[in-house]
Design a protein around this ligand. Structure first.
Ligand SMILES: [Cu+2]
Length: 316
């Protein structure tokens, strides 16, 4: 799986939506305007430096200039017009981005430390870390956070909006080509922020229907491999290492079969203990750790939980 280039032409990543031309051209308008003004000011500065240089021939102070109506009107009206052009242009694109077409397909995005959960209400499908949408179809995102403020950013689509607890924010996009695209969190949200990633796969309509049926559930990959996929896809790796290093959570190296000292006594880390730790992480809190692990109840299928257990077993 290769994600699309994040660097396209000039300053922007490759566009995967027609709507990108709006913000992109506005950016270049402001950029070129700034260059012209910058060079203009430098030249004026240089010109005045030479013209009014103090010299034996020119020892008098420059005469006091109190009013110059034409100059004053010019330096007020011209910037005003430029700023209003930028405002109207930006506002038009902001509205376009914010108001989805009525027939848009709805996805619910939930951000939590440190993963993106995506739900397809129309199809009863839920995924984490990877989602799939059909090409040439308007997609509406209704977003909320379960903990702190996150921000959902899809550079190739020029889509970025904050994801806030106890409130819904929305944004929409329509892909004009197939491919794999990177999602970032762009609001610093703690230790795992930089790994709060997801991938968006844009596919044909037929492929999308196929994915809804089988692809979203893990298919028939062997359990330990599926476990390894779950480990990264559901972001267990942001808190649990497999090389013995202690992170936000305990390492999985040597976990299976070991004796765990928990807040509610000593237990052996067998299949049931691991299952419980995933479904109800606070039932038996490992001593020395904070209760920060989110519950994965309803997120991981039974097969995926089995797969994680097999994967943990393999980390001797
Ligand atoms: Cu975040």
């Amino acid at each position: 799986m290769k994600t699309e280039k994040l660097v396209g032409h000039g300053w922007f990543p490759q566009a995967a939506t027609d709507a990108a031309s709006g913000p992109d051209s506005l950016f270049y308008f402001i950029y070129i305007l700034s260059i012209i003004l910058f060079i203009g000011i430098l030249f004026a500065l240089g010109y005045f430096l030479v013209k009014y240089k103090r010299s034996p021939k020119n020892m008098q102070a420059t005469g006091q200039l109190i009013h110059h109506p034409l100059l004053e009107v010019a330096w007020t009206v011209i910037p005003f017009i430029l700023v209003m052009i930028i405002f109207a242009w930006g506002y038009r694109d902001f509205l376009k981005m914010s108001i989805p077409p009525v027939d848009a397909m709805e996805l619910r995005i939930t951000g939590k430390k440190w993963l993106w959960q995506i739900e397809y209400p129309r199809y009863g499908v839920k995924t984490v870390g990877e989602f799939v949408v059909p090409v040439d179809t308007p997609i509406k995102l209704i977003m909320s956070s379960e903990d702190v403020i996150h921000s959902f950013f899809l550079p190739n689509f020029r889509v970025k909006r904050d994801v806030i607890p106890n409130r819904y924010t929305r944004i929409w996009f329509q892909a004009n080509r197939e491919g794999v695209f990177q999602v970032f969190c762009t609001e610093y949200c703690g230790a795992g922020h930089s790994e709060m990633l997801a991938t968006l796969r844009v596919v044909s309509n037929e492929e999308f229907k196929e994915w809804l049926k089988v692809g979203s559930s893990g298919g028939d990959i062997p359990l330990p491999q599926l476990g390894e996929k779950v480990y990264t896809k559901y972001a267990c790796n942001t808190c649990h290492s497999i090389d013995g290093k202690t992170g936000v959570g305990p390492t999985w190296k040597g976990l299976y079969g070991a004796n765990r000292v928990t807040e509610s006594g000593s237990v052996k880390a067998d299949d049931n203990y691991i299952r419980e730790s995933i479904i109800n992480p606070n039932a038996k809190l490992v001593k020395g750790y904070s209760p920060v692990m989110p519950s994965f109840a309803g997120l991981l299928s039974d097969r995926e939980i089995d797969a994680v257990i097999e994967f943990i077993k393999a980390q001797k």
